[in-house]
Design a protein around this ligand. Structure first.
Ligand code: PLP
Length: 409
């Protein structure tokens, strides 16, 4: 029989979302099918923008005619989209990232894992704690995590984030080769300042580390002084890869499109010490293992950069952020400590009374009829917290928060 990748065996069964679903359905059964408001889902609820829909219709028509039909596209993405990204997301903001540095993807999640093809198997990987679980799980599958003891993997370097450090990771003592940073952060909802991120860029430059900067939620940044792109920090283009997505920016979670920036200035070395550009390696990897994102999805993504698209992005992200702010205010009112929500659709809340995440989850489910995500699912430092999301209708958000206030105030 085939010998399989033993690392899968090490991977703990991801029970977070299935357990949330199981508890919700148990509650419904006990309460005659009572309606539950889902405040736990990290998925958009609003439809695609009208001009994005039009662009997709046009793209389909193009594929329907033999005169304009297209088959395989460039593995790196179509230049109409790479150019639009370079212009709007970088050049317009004074950042020298060009189309040749940008690779179109089918979303952020795939490339977060795919990048593991580029750095050495021996790399020591640093992750924030709590964190979006994909960074840890990818490291386990690729055999970089070591052994699991008390919720921590022996070869991972954990960057613990809590109220004492304002949820900002502190530079590690040990040398980290690859550092996953995510801002605005899922799950804490906190965003990072130029000064704080500048320390990480300095660290990476000094140590020769790579930062993989997940900025899937950059469109939610509102405050001045808060980072949208790591390349706003001088010298970051020599140490960082940035991962972006149209999922939360423009409602593409089902459509699938994102991009990964691998600046041509970013260098690594082979085992014999000879230098190589990561852009060239990534290009080689993509042309071997990827055949490009769908033409229709790329046309849709390009429409996001039209004046109409950009104003819809603002409107949609404002809407979700307004929900987040309603959530944060309500939780603060009943005496919880609540974080995030200002440059992010996520609110991170703790009862501050030693209740664990699942206890808080169950209490809110049974007392208020809404679901949350237990923070412990995002790492050991998530224990005692719940994550709430602004991805909902205003009506649902207001109803859930009225129930909270009625029950606890
Ligand atoms: N990165 C973070 C921090 C996320 O929260 C998510 C999705 O929830 C992703 C990446 C994945 O995004 P995509 O839909 O582009 O794969």
């Amino acid at each position: 029989m085939l010998e399989v990748n033993d690392n899968f065996r090490q991977l703990p069964v991801s029970y977070l979302f299935s357990e949330v679903a199981r508890k919700i359905s148990a509650f419904k059964k006990e309460n005659n099918g009572a309606e539950i408001i889902r405040m736990d889902i990290g998925d958009v609820t609003r439809p695609l923008f009208p001009n994005v829909i039009n662009a997709m219709h046009e793209a389909v028509d193009e594929l329907a005619s033999s005169a304009s039909f297209r088959g395989y596209g460039p593995e790196q993405g179509y230049s109409f989209l790479r150019d639009a990204i370079a212009e709007h997301d970088y050049l317009d903001r004074g950042i020298a990232i060009e189309a040749a540095d940008i690779f179109i993807s089918d979303g952020a999640k795939s490339d977060l894992g795919n990048l593991g093809d580029v750095y050495s198997r021996n790399s020591r990987v640093a992750v924030m704690n709590p964190a979006y679980p994909v960074y840890v799980d990818d490291s386990v599958i690729d055999g970089r995590a070591g052994k699991l003891t008390d919720g921590r993997w022996s070869r991972l370097i954990y960057l613990d984030c809590d109220p004492d450090n304002h949820f900002m990771p502190v530079l590690p003592q040990e040398k980290a080769d690859v550092i996953f940073l995510c801002f605005p952060n899922n799950p804490t909802g906190e965003a990072i300042s130029h000064d704080d991120l500048g320390k990480w860029v300095d660290y990476a430059r000094e140590k020769g580390s790579l930062i993989i900067y997940d900025s899937a939620y950059e469109a939610f940044v509102r405050q001045p002084g808060i980072v949208r792109s790591i390349y706003e920090i001088e010298g970051a283009d020599e140490v960082a890869i940035e991962i972006r997505s149209f999922s939360k920016t423009a409602g593409f979670t089902g459509l699938r499109c994102g991009y990964t920036v691998v600046p041509r200035k970013l260098k690594g070395r082979y085992a014999d010490g000879s230098e190589v550009a990561l852009n060239a390696l990534w290009n080689r990897r993509q042309t071997t293992k990827f055949n490009g994102a769908s033409f229709v999805a790329q046309k849709a993504a390009a429409a996001v950069y039209s004046p109409e698209g950009l104003s819809c992005v603002r409107e949609a992200t404002d809407y979700y952020m307004q929900n987040a702010s309603i959530i944060k205010e309500a939780f603060c009112k009943i005496g919880f400590k609540a974080y995030g929500g200002d440059n992010s659709p996520y609110v991170w809340a703790s009862a501050g009374n030693n209740k664990d995440s699942w206890q808080i989850f169950e209490e809110l489910l049974y007392n208020c009829g809404f679901s949350t995500t237990p923070g412990s699912g995002f790492g050991t430092k998530g224990e005692g917290y719940i994550r709430l999301t602004g991805f909902n209708s205003r009506e649902n958000t207001e109803n859930a928060m009225s129930r909270l206030i009625e029950r606890y105030l």
